[in-house]
Design a binder for this molecule. Structure first.
Ligand code: C2E
Ligand code: CA
Ligand code: CA
Ligand code: CA
Length: 277
């Protein structure tokens, strides 16, 4: 609060006040979203070079009672700020495990893995590895069906702790994928030090690769380097057949993007899987 004579009531201008009100309202409804069962997982296919499904990425959606579908970019950062990301992340993990279990006895999806997005704040919790162990045990799910998509921000804070956790997760059989590769500051140096199984090339590279020779060169370089490190590479944001063909020439072997399917609710995904089976 600022001391400006006798008029001490006015802290903000009206626009700032409005923004603050909106944030408080969003925060208030976000706190009720989990108990009110308003979250839903959508699933987007991950495919091989023949467009055969190899797995899916789970992407969270918030079905807000008044606003309708709220995209994750509008509430994940807030959830991280108010520490709600840990219970939300736990819900994502449990929902994905329940899905993997249900798929075990089907012939359309028993071979598929599910990739989930793990917030750095959640990863950094001291019981993160135990939590994953407990939940996969509880659902009777094999860790090698679960892929954890992590960004390089997990190392901000304590690099050694991140490495130890990753080694533990890997020893348990979980698959570790480095999300948004190429968007950070030091992806290359982390790649050398962090034990990832997979590298997920960011959409920003894929987007311009057809027109931009430099981007193509980078993709090719990253792909062969990943191979040297024993990691596989998946390209995200593939929207056209030409893009996929180009990426295959550059050495990519796995793909995800609108060309193969949008993120969709579970019943739609299962219908697609049945048709492609
Ligand atoms: P991300 O992990 O990089 O996910 C990829 C985003 O690109 C998704 O947006 C997906 O719908 C979109 N996408 C997929 N294919 C294409 C394509 O061909 N073209 C274009 N233009 N976009 C494509 P979405 O679902 O809105 O998610 C945005 C971000 O929110 C994610 O980025 C991830 O960082 C975060 N997020 C989503 N679900 C979760 C979750 O369960 N937990 C956490 N912590 N974060 C999540
Ligand atoms: Ca992701
Ligand atoms: Ca990504
Ligand atoms: Ca991204």
């Amino acid at each position: 609060a600022k001391k400006s004579g006798r008029n001490t009531q006015k802290f903000f201008d009206p626009v700032m006040q409005q923004t603050l009100d909106a944030r408080v309202a969003l925060e208030h409804s976000l706190l009720k979203a989990l108990p009110n069962n308003e979250f839903k997982l959508y699933y987007q296919l991950q495919v091989d070079h023949d467009a055969r499904p190899v797995g899916v990425e789970a992407l969270i959606r918030w079905m807000h009672p008044e606003r309708g579908l709220v995209p994750p970019m509008e509430f994940i950062p807030l959830a991280e700020e108010i520490r709600l990301i840990v219970p939300i992340g736990k819900w994502v993990l449990e929902t994905a495990c329940a899905q993997l279990k249900a798929w075990e006895s089907t012939d359309i999806a028993n071979a598929l893995s599910i990739a989930i997005n793990v917030s750095a704040y959640h990863f950094q919790q001291s019981n993160f590895v135990d939590e994953l162990k407990t939940i996969t045990n509880h659902y009777g799910v094999s860790p090698n069906k679960l892929k954890l998509e992590l960004t390089e921000s997990i190392v901000l804070g304590d690099l050694q702790d991140a490495i130890v956790k990753m080694e533990q997760l890997k020893a348990l059989g979980f698959i570790l994928s480095m999300d948004d590769f190429g968007t950070g500051y030091s992806s290359l140096s982390y790649l050398r030090r962090l034990p990832f199984n997979q590298l997920k090339m960011d959409r920003s590279f894929i987007m311009n690769a057809l027109e931009n020779a430099n981007d193509s060169f980078l993709i090719q370089m990253v792909t062969s380097m990943a191979e040297q490190f024993g990691m596989d590479v998946i390209a995200e944001g593939v929207e056209t057949e030409q893009q996929q063909q180009h990426l295959i020439k550059l050495g990519c072997k796995a793909f995800q993007g609108y060309f193969f399917g949008r993120p969709m609710p579970i019943n739609e995904l299962e219908a697609v899987l049945k048709r492609s089976n």
